[in-house]
Design a protein around this ligand. Structure first.
Ligand SMILES: C[S@@+](CC[C@H](N)C(=O)[O-])C[C@H]1O[C@@H](n2cnc3c(N)ncnc32)[C@H](O)[C@@H]1O
Length: 194
């Protein structure tokens, strides 16, 4: 008699348990999706208030930037708006000390995680401050990826604050009042002369 009663009730409990697992999984997926949407919203909201939007440099352009920069072991490279840190890592692979200036907390976190994973903690740094407050005196090489609206401001800032001889590699828009020493597929190389 007890066997007859137990079997269906165990079966019923198992069915209930399965149901709970399915509902919990669905709720988890919905929560993860909502979190992703919220995080993306916050990411783009942060982006909106900064001087430049986040646009990552493509692989083929990184090669040209590194080729133009001619980085020597131990030199200091500064990236003004370092994004996810891809130029910092490329510079560090050439033996540079690479310093990025970045204000987007998501991109700073991403850079820090990759720095740890790549074991580059003693070569790559991200300063959580505006690139307009960057210490350019330490730089042998400066990277800039700017929109047209800010390129003149970068030109003035760099030529006023960087040491003579500093190489500047500019992505996308050239400096309006300086002549590049090299140019290739939207990448421009300058040498600070003042
Ligand atoms: C065009 S992206 C370049 C990213 C990276 N250098 C690359 O080449 O892949 C510009 C970056 O500048 C950052 N940014 C914008 N305004 C800034 C500011 N005032 N100070 C520091 N970083 C800023 C943005 O968050 C963005 O990551």
């Amino acid at each position: 008699m007890s066997i007859v009663l137990t079997t269906p009730s165990v079966h019923f409990l198992l069915q209930k348990f399965e149901m709970i697992i399915i509902i919990a999984t669905i709720l988890l997926i919905i929560c993860a999706f909502l979190l992703l949407v919220i995080l993306m919203g916050v990411f783009y909201a942060v982006d909106f208030f900064l001087d430049l939007p986040y646009v990552a440099t493509k692989r083929n352009k990184i090669e040209t930037i590194i080729k133009f920069a001619k980085i020597k072991e131990g030199e200091t490279v500064v990236d003004l708006g370092s994004g996810d840190g891809r130029l910092l890592f490329a510079a560090a692979q050439k033996g540079a000390k690479a310093i990025g200036y970045e204000l987007n907390p998501f991109l700073i976190a991403l850079t820090l995680i990759h720095t740890k994973l790549k074991g580059l903690g003693n070569q790559v740094w991200v300063e959580r401050q505006s690139f307009w407050r960057a210490d350019l005196k330490v730089a042998d090489v400066i990277f800039v990826y700017s929109l047209k609206k800010t390129i003149k401001k970068f030109e003035d800032f760099i030529y006023k604050n960087a040491r003579p001889g500093t190489r500047v590699v500019v992505n996308l828009h050239p400096f309006p009042d300086k002549k590049p020493t090299k140019e290739e597929s939207g990448i421009y190389l300058y040498k600070v002369t003042n």
